[in-house]
Design a protein. Sequence first.
Length: 305
Amino acid sequence: MRPIRAVLLVAATALVPALVLTSPASAAGSPAASAIVADAAGTPADDVPVDDMSEDDLRIAILRILADENSGRGVAREATKALNDGSPEAMRAFIETGYRLAQAEDDRVATARILHKATQNGDRAVIREANRTLDTNTPEALRAFIETGYRLAQAEDDRVATARILHKATQNGDRAVIREANRTLDTNTPEALRAFIETGYRLAQAEDDRVATARILHKATQNGDRAVIREANRTLDTNTPEALRAFIETGYRLAQAEDDRVAVARILADPTISDALRAAAEVVIDGTPDELRYFVVTGQYEIDG
């Protein structure tokens, strides 16, 4: 569709100067239709009243609409139908009423898609406003939601999400996330909030995860935990937000379990340990990462304590 629209736009642009010079400038048409002509033909609405437009004026206005990448399927279908008909009456009817109704059809589909995505994401404000728009179901309400309402409702949801991220980061001591979340909430524009949710949070979390991984590596080096050292180094070499997050969330725990299992095996290899410690070690060596960690850090000392 885009190459076709590009051709239409070139053709429409080439015809506009001649049409502007020959367009009648008498009584104005309806405000809505005049606004459409102003947007589509790129000429002042007062200069191109719909009722006075020539056949070429009408055609160029519809070609402009077709060339617009924002035109949806309904608009493209009805515009093409008017052009294929070719009569001034059909083209004028499209500009005066058909365009508005076709745009509403496209906006209704877009709003339903937005609602579906918002429902999956749990975006309450977007869900509320999209449902309200679909219930109202007028071309004006649908267009207003697409042009401004969605953006503002998404900002409301993004503000709540950013505040929750900030609360969690404060609990975890994630300094970069705290810094960027506070900066975003201070800026408090829809664009800043969306940018933080889509990219800023991920990059700030990666910054914190990188620091955390370096600290884990330092501690593991002191303790001689080979698996943790290996996985931490691998993560820092990869150095992507996804790899860093995966290490913090799961990789570190599994690598630590690998080292802890080795530590338990060494305890079992010691012939001088007590029967109670040996029995406990034989049970825990096949245990979960949490069970292994507890035994290595605390449990083994409680048995012989």
